[in-house]
Design a protein around this ligand. Sequence first.
Ligand code: PMP
Length: 296
Amino acid sequence: MADTRTFDDRDGWIWFDGKLVPWREANVHVLTHALHYASSVFEGQRAYGGKIFALTRHSERLVNSARILGFELPWSVPELDAACEQVLKANNLTDAYLRPVAWRGSEQMGVSAQATKPHVAIAAWEWGAYFGDKALDRGLRLDIAPYRRPAPYTAPVNAKAAGLYMICTLSKHHAEGRGFNDALMFDWRGQVAEATGANAFFIRDNVLHTPTPDCFLNGITRQTVIELAKKRGIEVQERTIWPEELETFEQFFLTGSAAEVTPVQSAGPWNFEVGALSRQLAKDYSDLVNGRLSNS
Ligand code: PMP
């Protein structure tokens, strides 16, 4: 059973700046730079049967995201990998979600953060299907987000940075308030971009189409699904997609470490079927992460 208590009131262990601390003691001060100025980056990855999928790629992205925000983590990628494994074991988890987070500390207040020290914490917990089990079968209903993904000259779009999620939470709340599961976001040019926490793929005539990730995260799941599709001999087109084209696609699914491969039934006025190829790729992904398919 998943734990229904608030996230600060649970049993277990959190890796905090190099050592495991009791869950309830993994705290930061209110004058932490990250809390005021969003100087924080994070990761999200899943473990399946005790093995963390694409662990090193996630650790590398965490280090790189921090670097994009101008700070170096005091732990190497292998050290972060080992810390994630340690957290999983310490909490007796085999199928779980892991959340590494890195942030600037409380040594300095104000916009400048030169004197702050970097911190890293890693937590893990059981987390079922991101959108719930029903979504996998029927497909998600997406609203169109009121906010657009910013241009690369407006925000550090290649970092998985907390600050970039402000418009995602607002868009998700807007969607949920109107009875939708999530929102499809366009970018600053008006092109189709992604959902609030997952990348987008479309299918027409058994060809996969996905927006070029030039102002949003090139997700690890996205890259994995592209490889899986190519392995099946399916053509994949990474390109500009304008909203006008959405009515011509037959299928639509989202990808993400938390979301995995989740079909979409509608986005704004456009409808899609939960079709065979979407289901096949969802199964391929599930087989791969569960060690039932080789990644070579
Ligand atoms: N876009 C956004 C905004 C996300 O939060 C995520 C989840 N990290 C993704 C895309 C997918 O990334 P990944 O497949 O690496 O989890």
